[in-house]
Design a protein around this ligand. Structure first.
Ligand code: IVH
Length: 693
């Protein structure tokens, strides 16, 4: 039977193989050589054909299929993996003298043996190790603590510069190590999108890269356009001699060989013969680093000849054959011209230093945040001071102090405002909070417009025809004051609206077609599911995930609005502080009225049938859920059971039909289930039971 079925599928297997090779080749040319061999249309058609075949014949789908590039695998938790070879760190220094000492010591230790160095960039990203066996990527693990890291294979597969299958000659078993970086351009676009969606932007590309590798949904990771910069090839000590042997005897040769295998090895690596050449490389990149598309924070110097590494050995946790030179953050001092105060969507005040423009690390810096009143006080910033501004591996310049030598006698400390610069309301500072707030939620323009912007954003109501400028216009013309007013907008009052800036340049205008599009998007938003309506309300600390959990738990707005703080806090991911904010929000009459108006407008105020009742597959069955799952959180699997008509109970009894067990199921529950003879099923068996893919 097996024999027949495999013979039967041979044509499909061959087509899958053919498509995979073609797509791999097109990807390779595109990402490695910037060359498109086919149109996007043709490429998409091939990828679709392969995806369809894999869906139809899952047994033929290969783990390293190019379809894995687009992601789709979901990991709730990441498996911990012990590194086969510890991921060591490097000794590092900011001092060029210490680099001279390193070089002199290496020369002394190696005596008359001829050798050279390689100098390369020190990428400022997240270190990972990729294991390849027989030319296939089998595992990707983060550095973690050097001994144990997280298995992030499905996310790594979505990074286009990580080869899934190697080309040409390669060692049968090795590890490629390198850094995953988030290139500046992609990072900025990504952060802009986050802000537009009402999400907190990431502080720097490194954090964003690290967060991306830990995303549960690899399809999300695929969208981030991360890059892998390989810096090391780790061969097991008992590696079989291969055709490559002579090239693998130097670090430089290994990276060259890796390039032939399909890795995108950065071209900025230089073989240096002495300290003069090393210093030249360092100086060059200290200036040039701002022209690179990604962040680096130094230079790594390695002895090039692999055979000498053992001879030089290791110190406690880093090798003696390599060292990192770290660039100092660039610093300048520039006069403070004024301090302005910005008001955010939630009323938070942010003081901003306006400085005499100064050139720093590749860009002109004019403004930098002064964070809050405590920061200004701690830094002792006075009017007319020269501020010390620094730029590290990041893009955003930071004020790190005051150039005291340039302080004018009798300079007065920067005064913090007492009233809101936008609406004049007296500011408040809640106990234990460093920031000041403007409490005038309903009368302070940037807060009102900010709330409107959040409400219409993509992850909320997705009314994408209403950008910031149009919202400001609608607010300025008195047409929209709160989010419910959006639903009373009339075509006639929209057409012909126009705003200009102070120079008379037109900023926003609405014509007939624009008005129709806006109204259509507003109408469509009435179908946006309850959980996103909840997020759109902009309750402080209730993000996208929190809103989802609240919606699933309370099912409709009325139950949520009447919930106690304790009940709110019992929802997964909702802490005490957030629960209190939600409670206060719900017990403010203004918000109750607003929610009522939104309900009247036709917005979804309860979980939709499709969301709450997907099937009745599980009707009459009672489940107990225990342990940790890979596809669901515990709350999600419970909601899933209910959506399919089943009941969930907290404890095992004679009435329990099944126990759905994840990893680390409680031993008491296990014992009880066994004693009562209740079937214990896995997450997969459960999914099959309710006929979910
Ligand atoms: S070599 C034994 N080369 O810097 C050799 N590391 O402490 C180990 N890094 O976490 C590393 N760019 O992830 C090497 N070109 C480069 C590097 C590099 C960045 C990171 C590495 C490690 C840290 C060194």
């Amino acid at each position: 039977m097996d024999l027949f079925s495999s013979i039967d599928l041979e044509p499909e297997r061959q087509r899958i193989d053919e498509l995979s090779r073609l797509i791999d080749q097109y990807n390779y040319e595109y990402y490695m050589n910037d060359r498109s061999l086919v149109s996007d249309f043709e490429f998409d058609a091939l990828l679709r054909e392969l995806t369809d075949l894999e869906r139809q014949y899952p047994e033929l789908a290969l783990p390293n299929s190019p379809t894995k590039r687009v992601g789709g695998e979901v990991n709730k938790t990441f498996r911990q993996v012990t590194h086969r070879f510890p991921m060591l760190s490097l000794g590092n220094t900011y001092s060029i003298e210490e680099i001279e000492e390193f070089e002199a010591r290496t020369r002394r230790l190696l005596g008359s043996t001829p050798f050279s160095y390689t100098c390369e960039l020190k990428y400022d990203g997240v270190a990972i190790g990729l294991t390849y066996r027989h030319g296939e990527l089998v595992q990707a693990v983060t550095r973690g603590n050097g001994a144990v890291g997280d298995d992030i294979t499905s996310n790594a597969r979505t990074i286009p510069t990580i080869p899934l299958r190697l080309r040409g000659d390669y060692p049968d078993d090795f590890e490629a190590r390198g850094e995953v970086v988030f290139p500046f351009k992609e990072f900025e676009a990504f952060n802009r999108q986050r802000e537009a969606d009402g999400d907190e932007p990431f502080a720097n590309p490194r954090n964003a890269a690290s967060g991306s590798l830990k995303l549960q949904d690899s399809a999300e990771c695929a969208k981030r356009r991360l890059q892998f910069c390989m810096y090391f090839m780790m061969l097991p000590p008992d590696a079989q001699p291969s055709a490559l042997a002579s090239r693998l005897s130097t670090h430089f040769g290994r990276l060259e060989a890796a390039r032939q295998m399909g890795f995108k090895v950065q071209p900025y690596i230089k073989e240096c013969k002495d300290i003069a050449e090393i210093k030249q490389f360092i100086d060059h990149w200290d200036n040039e680093r701002w022209n690179l598309p990604y962040a680096i924070d130094g230079i790594v110097i390695k002895v090039n000849q692999v055979a000498l590494w053992d001879e030089l050995g290791l110190t406690a946790k880093s090798p003696r054959w390599a060292i990192a030179f770290k660039f100092k953050a660039q610093q300048v001092s520039t006069p403070l011209e004024s301090v302005s105060f910005q008001v955010g969507r939630t009323g938070v005040i942010t003081p901003v230093a306006n400085m005499k423009p100064v050139w720093l690390g590749g860009t002109t810096v004019r403004r930098a945040t002064l964070v809050n009143a405590d920061f200004i006080e701690k830094m002792d910033i006075c009017e007319g001071d020269w501020l010390l501004v620094e730029k590290g591996g990041e893009i955003i310049p930071k004020v790190v102090g005051v150039d005291m030598g340039k302080r004018q006698p009798g300079a007065r400390p920067v005064a913090y405002i007492t009233n809101c610069p936008e609406c004049g309301a007296r500011l408040v500072r809640a106990e234990g909070e460093a920031g000041h707030y403007c409490p005038n939620q309903d009368g302070c323009p940037p807060q009102i417009v900010g709330r409107l912007e959040h409400f219409v954003s993509r992850k909320a109501m997705n009314i994408d025809n209403l950008g910031s400028e149009r919202l400001e216009l609608l607010y300025a013309k008195g047409l929209v004051h709160d989010v419910a007013d959006i639903y009373s907008l009339q075509r006639d009052s929209l057409i012909g609206l126009e705003s200009t800036d102070s120079d008379g340049v037109r900023r926003a205008s609405i014509q007939e077609k624009g008005a129709d599009n806006i109204l259509a998007a507003i109408e469509a938003s009435k179908q946006v599911p309850f959980e996103r309506v909840l997020f759109a309300l902009g309750i402080r600390y209730v993000g996208e995930v929190g809103a989802k959990k609240l919606a699933r738990y309370f099912k409709n707005i009325d139950t949520l609005m009447d919930a106690s703080v304790e009940e709110l806090a019992s929802v997964e991911d909702i802490g005490e502080k957030t629960a209190q904010f939600i409670f206060d929000y719900c017990h403010d009459d203004r918000h109750r009225r607003l929610v009522e108006r939104l309900r009247q407008a036709g917005l979804q105020m309860e979980l939709s049938v499709s969301n709450s009742q997907l099937s009745n597959q599980l009707e009459g069955k009672t489940f107990v859920v225990s342990g940790v799952f890979s596809r669901f959180s515990r709350d999600e699997i419970k909601a899933h059971i209910e959506q399919h008509g089943g009941k969930v109970s907290g404890s095992i009894s004679g009435k329990t039909s099944y126990v759905v067990a994840g990893e680390k199921m409680g031993p008491e529950k296990l014992k009880k289930a066994e004693k009562l003879g209740i079937p214990i099923i896995s997450e997969e068996e459960y999914l099959r039971m309710c006929q979910c893919p």
